[in-house]
Ligand binder design. Structure first.
Ligand code: C2E
Ligand code: MG
Ligand code: MG
Ligand code: MG
Length: 279
């Protein structure tokens, strides 16, 4: 962003900008400490098969659990982390926690859950994403078929060929990919097809206004795209029974939302699994 303001910004710092930069560095330092002391924790939100209403997977979502008990939402620290290389460490920490958990649940006889992790666009600009993912899978002994990586549309806006080659390596390992927040960015449909995503996550902003007519039309169109490209559709942010029944009747395969459960700590998620196994 600094670039677009012109060269002068490097010579004449405004006091406001300096303050902002200082505050950011402070948060960065706190975040680094938090990460190193295990305060960045994976929470889990069930992914439901809308037909059977069973839990078939979970999305891992980062939470900053401070020592004093406060819980900080990722919307308040992921954007800061994304401005630095911290985000890659956060993503791998959550990925590693999630893979170990999923393996643990399988070993405890609670089922082979598909686990889904958010991967920032930063990983596609540098570094060795497939190699790192492989390392985490080996360390956790989780079969690659149980893992899905979620990326948003911003990921492939810059260097489509590099993104394609990284996604292909991931696919070759047997790991799935999901396009997150579908409908909110600038997706070209030909990209969606050519990157061969396995799952299309319809953004919750569309689900929120169901059954309002304009949202209904958009959701129908997005489901049509997913189905004709043979990508599994998943609706985010299902909060009411009406939304659930409507999405199911429109052919949406998977769903997540407060109607089923918010993201919860691993121990609580495990209770949900146990309850499901006994009913
Ligand atoms: P996302 O990946 O699209 O995750 C879905 C968000 O919707 C989550 O917010 C989830 O708690 C929320 N949600 C789930 N069900 C409902 C519902 O019924 N209604 C409403 N209103 N919201 C619902 P959360 O956990 O605050 O995460 C926000 C975003 O932060 C995520 O959006 C993701 O982009 C990012 N994020 C979270 N964890 C990570 C991470 O480990 N790495 C990266 N790179 N990004 C992460
Ligand atoms: Mg996600
Ligand atoms: Mg999303
Ligand atoms: Mg694929």
């Amino acid at each position: 962003q600094a670039k677009s303001l012109g060269k002068n910004i490097y010579r004449f710092h405004s006091p406001e900008l300096t303050l902002k930069a200082q505050r950011r560095m402070e948060i960065e330092r706190e975040l680094r400490l938090a990460l190193d002391s295990g305060e960045i924790v994976a929470f889990f939100q069930p992914v439901i098969d809308l037909e059977t209403q069973k839990i078939v997977g979970a999305e891992a979502l980062a939470r900053w659990c401070k020592r004093d008990g406060t819980l900080i939402s990722p919307v308040d620290f992921i954007p800061v982390a994304e401005q630095t290389s911290l985000i890659t460490d956060i993503d791998f920490s959550v990925l590693s926690q999630a893979c170990h958990q999923a393996r643990g649940w399988d070993e405890a006889g609670l089922g082979r859950l598909r686990i889904s992790c958010n991967i920032s666009a930063r990983h596609f600009q540098r570094g060795n994403l497939p190699g790192e993912v492989k390392r985490v899978l080996e360390a956790s002994k989780l079969p690659p078929s149980q893992l899905t990586l979620e990326v948003t549309e911003t990921v492939y806006m810059e260097n489509i060929e590099q993104v394609r080659s990284i996604l292909e390596s991931i696919d070759a390992m047997g790991v799935s990919s999901a396009l997150d927040d579908f409908g909110t960015g600038y997706s070209s449909l030909s990209y969606v097809r050519s990157l061969s995503f396995d799952v299309l996550k319809i953004d919750k902003s569309f689900v929120k206004n169901l059954p309002e007519e304009s949202s209904l039309a958009l959701i129908r169109a997005m489901l049509g795209i997913a189905i004709s490209l043979e990508i599994i559709p998943l609706a985010e942010g299902i909060e009411t029974r009406e939304q659930f029944l409507l999405l199911k009747s429109l052919g949406c395969k998977l769903g997540q939302g407060y109607l089923f459960s918010p993201p919860v700590p691993a121990a609580q998620f495990q209770e949900l699994l146990k309850k499901q196994n006994t009913t």
